[in-house]
Design a protein around this ligand. Sequence first.
Ligand SMILES: Cc1ncc(C[n+]2csc(CCOP(=O)(O)OP(=O)(O)O)c2C)c(N)n1
Ligand SMILES: [Mg+2]
Length: 320
Amino acid sequence: MSSPLLLDAYKKMLSIRIAEEEIAKYYLENKVMSFVHFCVGQEAVAVGVCNALEKEDRVMGNHRSHGHYLAKGGNLKKMICELLGKEDGLAKGKGGSMHMIDKSVNFIGSTPILGSAVPLANGSSFEQKYSAKKNITAVFCGDGAFEEGVVYETLNLAALFNLPLLLVVENNLYSVNSKMRDRRSAKHNTEQIVTGFGVEYIKADGNDYQDVFNKSKRLVEKIKNGEGPAVLECITYRHMAHSAPIFDDAQGYREEDVLEVRLEKDSLKKLKDQLYSEGIAENMLVEIEKEIHNQVDKSLKYAIEAKYPDKENLYANLYV
Ligand SMILES: Cc1ncc(C[n+]2csc(CCOP(=O)(O)OP(=O)(O)O)c2C)c(N)n1
Ligand SMILES: [Mg+2]
């Protein structure tokens, strides 16, 4: 992959990380009006997959979707407004971190009920196929959500109708803090489950941008070629706690992904090392980081100063 493409990916991943690290500070000051599930450590999955998509391709997310939204070309100001409950937010400040939607970039929604976005995304891919559109829908779900029954119903229907669906299983080893071996039989085999439905399956190193991008690209091309749905399982590490911007290593539940390993295998570190080895100067990366901080600060300032919804609009667009 050429240096400009890698540099572009690095900027996107670093923007997500810096945005979340800055949001974390506000969260700890109780200024964020919503639960937040941080994706620090998982940026290569979001950017690797979304870089393999076109703007017209659609994406759906879950409860941990800041990275997915920003990687799809989302607007950071609007995302932060949503977290702070401001009217200019993606769901007019009423949805929070787990209910983001922005049709202008074909991010068609995120839902925190585990697995629930998967059949919705399948509906979108059904519409794409039967309207003879050339695009696909990609949906992200975690390893915990992959255990929900509705995911299997979706795989069955997607295969039956040969739908243009890419299911990205972001396997960060835990569902909250519960380990795979406490949730699945030792004989559990995700590849066999997926291929048993007649759906293609590929595993990627979710801590490696190039691996995620190359495998996503291959699958997206096949799906667009009418070869049917696919699952990309990305093994990745969540650096922070399940739903707070704190480091929870002291809880002792982590095994493979202890701090030293997370830092060593960090996708941003890997990309940075690759850029250095291709001759990118250190001061260039320092400047890029400064510029990203500037942009994030501006977005935060904008969101802090933005207005809350008027009282009379509080119940507008609410359906339940
Ligand atoms: C149907 C359902 N059950 C339980 C929950 C509570 N819950 C929210 S996130 C989460 C863990 C999800 O794990 P995973 O799918 O692996 O995603 P990760 O948080 O690791 O990104 C749980 C149990 C929920 N949101 N929906
Ligand atoms: Mg998980």
